[in-house]
Design a protein around this ligand. Sequence first.
Ligand code: NAD
Length: 412
Amino acid sequence: MKNNPFLDAIEQLEKASKILQIDREELEILETPKKEIHVQIPLKTDDGKLKILKGYRIQHNDSRGPFKGGIRFHPRVDLDEVKALSFWMSIKTAVLNLPYGGSKGGIAVNPKELSANEIEKISRAYVRSVFKDIGPDVDIPAPDVYTNPQIMAWMADEYSVVAGKHVPAAFTGKPVEVGGSKGRDTATAQGGIYVLMEAIKKFKFKKPISVAIQGFGNAGANATEILHFDYENFKIVAVSDSRGAVYNEKGIDVPFLLSHKKETGAVTDFKDAKNLKPEELLELDVNILIPAAMEGAITLENAKKIKAKVILELANGPITKEAEDILLRKDILIIPDVLANAGGVTVSYFEWTQNKSGFYLDEEEIQKMLSKKMQEAYKDVLDLADVYKVDLRTAAYILAISRIIDAQKLKG
Ligand code: NAD
């Protein structure tokens, strides 16, 4: 049975709220999204058939600024998933102290079964369906699972066509050529790695430090590349994508892996590395595990078998609530999604400010600002974890909830 990520999100919220002794009414505002938009996306397929797809935009909270959150194209997209993702966005933007609230969108579809033309059609239709509810000062979408800069370029273009003027700040995660920011493509992985480097200082890992990465898209593949090429003393021993996993105890040949994935579309059947069952990757005896695929990867069933000492959650919600209790009892350090993968929305924020001002920054400036933001957020979370003697996720929630409620109170 599919785990309900929204119920997990509410449990996480209640745990932190108890510590903060928040009023029931204030909690209810956070437990319920402000607006739920359900739309029909009609698709005339290349062979002339009509398909009706379900689309969502959930706007969770905008006490601290416009709603902000990605759009996912995936067959598993449903209301509870998008609600949970929108809630996590409110928490994440508050942890990073960005002037945003949280939202998320999605279409229940398998884009791997669609042509580029069909993907463009549903992207543009989605924008037309939610046009009145989004915009640069209302709700700003970005990429998520199986959406990418090209899709953001189509969506931003459709928005500008309907608006009758250029509005690049209506979407982030665009290609640099159409108003995107330098560093946005790698920001989610890079932001997480900035935090990871701080967090592992207290571990006396034997070098090279071993890493297993689940998911080989924007988050996972960039994490693999960055750790391999930009940092010393790491070896990537296993990676996976939706088709399978590969493992080499001595470290995977990353340049070969990257070209193999490009050529074959898969990470498996790879020289010098053996194929693994996808679930085996999570249970490897490694120093660091990076889930970078979907929610609910680590559950009650496999939590006991996890051997990593540190888990960097580049995916949203990869650990269920029950699994987390087990991992914390095993003293595994979990760097929570609302901090670990917040580099993406942080550089999206830089993109938005660049679009609004018309003044564009170079890669070096973006990296400096991203690193500073991630380190500040990590320090804020760590300080609260110390004060309240809680895990990092609970501390991040305490920080975020206080900021959201303060903003709500000031607005009256
Ligand atoms: P993506 O579409 O670029 O890549 C997803 C990857 O996950 C693909 O390689 C796919 O093959 C793999 N995958 C799917 N199901 C899998 C499974 N069961 N086992 C192993 N691999 C599987 O998506 P992404 O942007 O990298 O997003 C991955 C995660 O990171 C999601 O949870 C997303 O919400 C989160 N995230 C992404 C961003 C961003 O900026 N892209 C920002 C914050 C969080």
